[in-house]
Structures are given as C-alpha cells and as structure tokens.
Design a binder for this molecule. Structure first.
Ligand code: PEP
Ligand code: MN
Length: 443
C-alpha cells in the first residue's frame, strides 16, 4: 500500500477544502481509510471508459443523475431503490428513442461533498461555517454540527459501500428486468397527468417488447443492468486515501467511484484537483460553465486526455438556458477542430438556479428543458454528438423544482423541500424530462 507516498497534487493549492480543526484526528481517519478495501475495481472503471468511448463516437448516450448531495440519513433501501428505479425508467425510454445503448451512471455512492460559494453562513446575526456536505459537517445550524469532523470521511466510505452494495444487488438480481422497468413506465403514463402525454411512445415500446417476446427473444441483457457510480472528487484527502496502484497495470485509480468529476469551482488549471484527475486512470468529467474559454477547454484536454482516448474525458456543460446557444458553439467547434473527441453532456441544472420569492433555491422545469434543447440544437448544428444529460433528481415526490407536467407551483415549494443542497427534479419531473429528451433525440 502506498499510504505514505506523497503525490504531486498534494503540494498544489486546493480550492474548497474543509478547515479540519484537529490535524491528528484527520491523519488517523485517513490512515484508516487508506487501509479499507476498494469500493470499485479498476477493471470496472476501464469498462466504463470503454462505454463512454462509444458515447464519444456517437454510438451511445450517457444518462448521469442523482442527488445534488447525498445524505447519511438517505441511506435506506426505500430511498436508494426509488432513485435507481427512476434512473432505470428514464434509461429505458431513452434507449428506445435513441436506438443506442444508454450508459447509466449515478450521482450516487459517494456524492457527499459540496463546493460552496461562501465559507460561512449567517442566520439571525449568528455566523457559522457553511455546510459542506455530510462528509465534512452537519446540515443543522449549530456550532457542534457545523464543526468539520474527519470521522465523517469514514462514514462517507461506509455509506458509499452500503449504497453500492444495494445498487449492485438491485441491478444484477433480476429486480431491474427491462420488462419490469417498462411496467413502471406504463404506470407513470397511465396514472399521472404528466405521463398521459407519452402514451404513444410507451405503446411503441410495449409493441417492441411484445414483438420480441413473440419471437422467443429473451436476452440475458433484459435481466441485468450495467450501472456505474460517480461523484465530484472534491475533498482531496478522501480521494487520495482511496487512490491505489492497480496491480494489473501499475497505474493509479481512485477506487471511491467509477467516474469522478471536477466541479466548476475547482477546475483551476494550476490547482490540485486537475493535477489529481490527470494522474488517475478513471474516466474523468469536468464541469464547464458559461465563462469557460476555448483556451481553458483545450488546456484541460491537454492535461487530462493527452492521448485523446475516447471515453477518458467528459465535458459536462452547464451554461444556463439563456446562454447555451451563445456560449456552447464556439467551445464545441474549436475543441472539435483541435482533433479532440471528448464526450459532451448537458447539465441543465446548475446554470438555471434562482431564489424564489419564498426564499427557496429552485429551478424551472422549462429552463431545464430549454437548456437541453439548446444543447441538442448546438450539437446538431455542428454535426457533433449530443452525448447525454447530467441531472439532479430523486425518486421521491419532493417539491424543489417548479413546473413539469404535474405542475409544482412556487407556493408548493415548502411542502416537501428536502434537499441538503440544490433543488432536484422529483420522480414525475424526471420521467417527464426523459420522455421529452427522447422526443428531442428522435428529432
Ligand atoms: C454540482 O454538480 O452539484 C455542482 C456543484 O455543480 P457545478 O460544479 O457545476 O457548480
Ligand atoms: Mn448541485
């Protein structure tokens, strides 16, 4: 084990790191973490890289989604199952409409750390450290809860392990059989106002499945699902403790998740996060906001994907509905002209957040949809592949984003506003989006 090795990224400035009050407690927690077994295998990361290679070439579509911030108290069978169910239902619709494989990646089993715009939060004249995710401190607004505690990094590992264990059981144990997933979609179409608009598409899928059944086709692929985990690689001490040398190849892998991404606030070219990402072999995502320059994008490719390996690098663009049609074309055009072929996916969430009159941080379903539309238009116009979507969602009936077929109004937001960070699409809004993106994909 290479616990004591000093890695190149550890001497560079790292943005958004917690201010741990007790260095000795941190060292102890990290030493424990470094001795724990991997959460994912290097070979699985390679498998995902190969799948994403197909996305880069235009032969597959990527669906990446899950909570903005997972929470330790969300690690329950019911919660994980409903999130997974929603993702699989979305994937089934997209697979049919796109007629290509859909690569399924959860923001799950490790999405416990959040970058924040301010280091502190003030309420009623009291200032405390900001909540940085369950991996660092507690959501509750008290001095005890907001104090960063490195023991939480171990809880993050355990929560990730428990989640991944259940995800693996669900996806390989027959629970996620495509015919079952389709039946859930039929329920959505039959029983909700949002779903009724998609009766035709659901009927087409039903016919396709019946036809295969009649022909005696019952492929093994119907019974099990390939599903991958991902999270933002934010707290570098945690990611470093889970970065190991792969015995097959001698290369470094971050075995905390299959894919990790670098966020909009930590993608500095001379910073520790990009250096870290450049040294591991996992598939890497990078968020690109509306201020991204062509030079930055090209340098990121140089740093993270010098071999131009399809599937190695995913650009997750999050421009905002009002900006995507202006800002994205030049980036895509110049990157393509450079000979690079990253995966391009659309995060229609983070450029469209605003504060409602009620004080809730929210997003409009129509803005989310419009950014995806703009993303498709830009790629179609340039002849590049709109490779997928990256969304914040939950399987629960929360009221955090406004709009959608079963319309959530601003005045409903308080009813079930449960997110620990950003507003998520609820179950119905997520399925609604999948059907609409499916229609978009078919042109
Ligand atoms: C996120 O994905 O939750 C996030 C913070 O995104 P971004 O880095 O794009 O702001
Ligand atoms: Mn978020």
């Amino acid at each position: 084990m290479t616990v004591t090795n000093h890695h190149s990224w550890q001497s560079l400035p790292a943005a958004q790191q917690p201010d741990w009050p007790d260095p000795q407690a941190l060292r102890t927690a990290l030493a424990d973490l470094a001795s724990y077994p991997p959460l994912v295998f290097a070979g699985e990361c390679d498998q995902l890289r190969a799948r994403l290679g197909a996305v880069a070439r235009g032969e597959a579509f990527l669906l990446q989604g899950g909570d903005c911030a997972e929470a330790f108290d969300g690690v329950s069978a019911e919660h994980i199952r409903s999130k997974l169910k929603t993702l699989l239902q979305m994937a089934a619709v997209l697979t049919y409409a796109a007629s290509v494989p859909v690569v399924k990646v959860g923001r799950i089993a490790g999405q416990y750390s959040k970058p924040r715009s301010k280091p502190t939060e003030t309420r009623d004249g009291i200032t405390l450290p900001v909540y940085r995710g369950d991996s660092v401190n507690g959501f509750e607004f008290t001095p005890e809860s907001r104090r960063p505690d490195p023991e939480r990094l171990k809880r993050m590992y355990n929560a990730s392990a428990a989640t991944l264990n259940l995800v693996r059981a669900f996806t390989t144990g027959g629970y996620a059989d495509l015919r079952q997933v389709h039946a859930w979609n039929q329920d959505f179409v039959r029983n909700s106002p949002a779903g009724q608009r998609y009766e035709r598409l659901a009927k087409e899928i039903d016919n396709a499945l019946s036809f295969m059944q009649a022909c005696g086709v019952a492929p093994e692929e119907f019974k099990t699902v390939e599903f991958f985990s991902s999270h933002e690689a934010l707290v570098l001490d945690y990611e470093t403790a889970l970065t190991r040398v792969d015995s097959r190849t001698g290369e470094l892998y971050d075995v905390s998740g299959h894919m990790v991404w670098i966020g909009e606030r930590t993608r500095q070219l001379d910073g520790a996060h990009i250096e870290f990402a450049s040294k591991i072999r996992n598939p890497i995502g990078v968020k690109l906001g509306p201020t991204t320059t062509v030079d930055e994008a090209l340098t990121l490719i140089e740093r993270l994907d010098p071999q131009r390996e399809p599937g190695r690098l995913t650009f997750i663009t999050r421009m905002g509905a009002g900006k995507v049609r202006d800002h994205l074309p030049t980036l895509v055009e110049k990157v393509t002209a450079s000979g690079a072929q990253p995966v391009w996916i659309c995060d229609p969430m983070h450029g469209n957040t605003f504060e409602a009159e009620t004080g809730h941080k929210t997003r409009r379903f129509d803005d989310v949809l419009d950014e995806v539309k703009g993303f498709f238009e830009v790629h179609r116009g340039l002849g590049t592949h709109p490779g997928g979507i990256h969304v914040e969602l939950t399987g629960d009936d929360v009221t955090e984003c406004v709009g959608g077929g079963d319309e959530v109004m601003v005045d409903d937001l308080h009813q079930r506003y449960e997110t620990a960070c950003d507003p998520r699409l609820n179950r119905s809004q997520s399925l609604d989006l999948a059907f609409l993106v499916a229609e978009m994909y078919r042109g």
